[in-house]
Design a protein around this ligand. Structure first.
Ligand SMILES: C[S@@+](CC[C@H](N)C(=O)[O-])C[C@H]1O[C@@H](n2cnc3c(N)ncnc32)[C@H](O)[C@@H]1O
Length: 217
């Protein structure tokens, strides 16, 4: 394994969004930071932390260059939602800085909390993400037909409604759908549908969908 060096950047999994789902190890690294990088939503969780803050958005590539420079003199932490190992900015950071310069601090993933909330195990689940990955929608019909249990991350443009319209068109039938919205937050909602009743579902914000074949648990 590559030798760890001082002044590693910490990539911190912040869990699904509420402070109660963060680990003590993650909180300690954030409190010790000189520089904190993260989405506005995650930075807002740490308004009392006296570090320099950078909002992560469409600037994610230019910020990487800045992080690389700052790393030499400062303790830099990067906040990501859920777990860093699951569809996150961590992949890009590690490929730019090298894994020997990164400490990855795990967090509770949105999928872990979703499966826990609906009382299902997830060791036999298939996972995919449409978050910023429009092209994946094409494969989704085949993926959902081929697997009994599928978790799908969505986003504002690849919304649950867009997903269900594509599945209906693709002839997907016999699936229960759990729509898990704003997990761990005050406005959390977890609702159950099938493909035909889904058109009634309104959904905003952060969503994750679980598709389950009838008779499967
Ligand atoms: C860029 S991915 C990051 C996933 C993250 N690394 C994880 O482990 O959960 C962002 C997507 O995760 C899902 N997500 C994250 N937090 C969520 C929450 N609190 N409730 C529902 N879905 C959430 C949504 O599908 C969102 O668009």
């Amino acid at each position: 394994m590559a030798k760890r060096v001082k002044n590693n950047v910490a990539i911190i999994g912040c869990g699904p969004g509420s402070m109660s789902h963060m680990t003590l190890g993650a909180l300690k690294r954030i409190q010790e930071a000189d520089v904190v990088v993260g989405s506005r939503r995650l930075l807002n969780l740490f308004s009392e932390v006296k570090a320099e803050k950078f909002i992560l958005g469409k600037n994610y590539r230019t910020l990487l260059t800045k992080i690389e420079r700052l790393r030499a003199r400062k303790h830099v932490v990067i906040l990501v939602s859920g777990d860093p190992g699951f569809f996150s900015y961590a992949r890009l950071v590690i490929s730019k800085l090298g894994k020997e310069h990164c400490d990855v601090i795990p967090g509770i993933s949105s999928v872990q909390l979703a499966f826990a909330s609906v009382g299902l195990h997830w060791c036999d689940a298939y996972f995919t993400s449409l978050h910023g990955r429009k092209s994946e929608l094409e494969n989704l019909v085949d993926v959902i037909k081929a697997h009994d249990k599928v978790a799908v991350l969505t986003d504002v443009s690849m919304s649950p409604k867009v997903v269900c319209t594509a599945l209906k068109k693709g002839g997907v039938k016999g699936k229960k759908i759990y729509l898990c919205e704003n997990l761990s937050l005050k406005n959390e909602r977890i609702r159950e549908y099938d493909i035909s009743s889904f058109s009634k579902a309104d959904s905003e914000n952060m969503n994750l969908m679980i598709f389950l074949s009838e008779g499967h648990n």
